[in-house]
Design a binder for this molecule. Sequence first.
Ligand code: UD1
Ligand code: CA
Length: 465
Amino acid sequence: MKNLASIILAAGKGTRMKSNIPKVLHRVAGSPMLFFPINVLKTLKAGRVVVVIGHGAEEVREAFKGGEVSFCVQVEQLGTGHAVMVALKELKGFEGDVLILSGDVPLITVETITALMELHRKAGRKKAALTLVTTVLENPNGYGRIVRGDLGHIVRIVEDKDCSPLQKKIKEVNAGIYLASLKFLNDNIKRIGKNNAQGEYYLPDLVELAVSEGDKVDALIAAEPIEVMGINNRVELSKADSYMRRRVSESLMLSGVTIVDPDATYIDYGASAGMDTIIYPGARISGDSVIGSGCVIEEGSRIDASKIGDSTVIRSYSVIESSEIGSRAAIGPFAHLRPGSTVGDNAHIGNFVELKKSVIGRGSKANHLSYIGDSIVGENVNIGAGTITCNYDGIKKHQTTIEDGAFIGSDSQLVAPVKIGKGAYVGSGTTVTKDVPAGALVITRAPEKVIEGWVEKKFKGKEKA
Ligand code: UD1
Ligand code: CA
């Protein structure tokens, strides 16, 4: 967007969060809340973005490193007016309008910012020196109140703590989103004083300063108050979180995904699912996971940073972390795919099976009670119930290789490093310690002994407890 720069205020401590984590790093639908205003600006191709950091500056910088924003540090948090003053130093040489957003207003939309810009830049009328976003709240507590004059013009903003009893009743509030020319900001920012209840430099004082110079201040009244809600405590955080998740779910539903109960389904911003996938309650899908079409994600499943093909079923209470699953596969119930696992098309990973850093080839099955770690399993392998790959010798991890078509009998241990050749059979209960050639049978079973009449003899004349 032409001649636009942005400042995002994110230096405050967020005292009301009662937290050791900087406020803007608290998560909304899976992302730190500061991500959202940055993302809106990115969508708008808004040009330069300066983020003012201070409290927890290094953590915030770290969380957003590599992004297309620059940071400036407000060493002492002396108020929002002071924060903007610090940021303006970064915009030397720029000419145009500056959009000011708050890092703690994550639900703001591209539409609202676009409308603000249109209002500010509308031709054929007296241009406002400052245009801001307001909204009307049933409960305006905590927000700065918009004071309008007799003709309805905005004359000043009074912070909650500075309000007279009468002003406290005003329901139109400041959303903390402003647009003004860099020149206006440079001319006025230093004129802001701190003679107020909090002894801070209040950015909203720009309104009164503009009006006193005969300048016009305009406001866009946001129709959806929740979009401009500031997050100051954990109650508001949870409201923002469920609202954002609702937005994510609705966009998925409109693109053809069935979400049986959106209020009880937790899909993070950035995760996606294809057409005709059905997601049951209690599923939690996070970390930019990509789920294909026609899948079924049953209740209670947790899918993080993973990729799933088409027509795959993730049965109840399975946990899938940083893994990849092909198409027409079946996982769970109660399966655990730990990071670095790859499951091929048509493969089955069943009840109480744990995979770690393993590759399971197409059509292979491990249906019950197994641990498969650091393994490469070929295609159409059958892994019987209770099979364990013993990948750890107390010092190092070792690899197990099972080639195509092999059959691993139930309750076997494969002591790695070890290889089971193509089509080989491992008899039930075998402890394999040496490589097994293709087509061989390996079995380490003690001979079975049957002693007829043993019970009768043992207990004759005695009473069983
Ligand atoms: C602010 C506005 C209030 C408005 C509300 C909307 C002021 C004085 N008040 O109040 O009119 O209704 O937002 O949500 O601006 N920050 C800094 N440096 C500082 C202080 C704050 O960067 O020195 C940042 C914070 O990290 C936060 C934002 O500015 O992201 C707003 O600060 P906050 O303390 O939350 O202001 P509010 O009391 O909510
Ligand atoms: Ca706030």
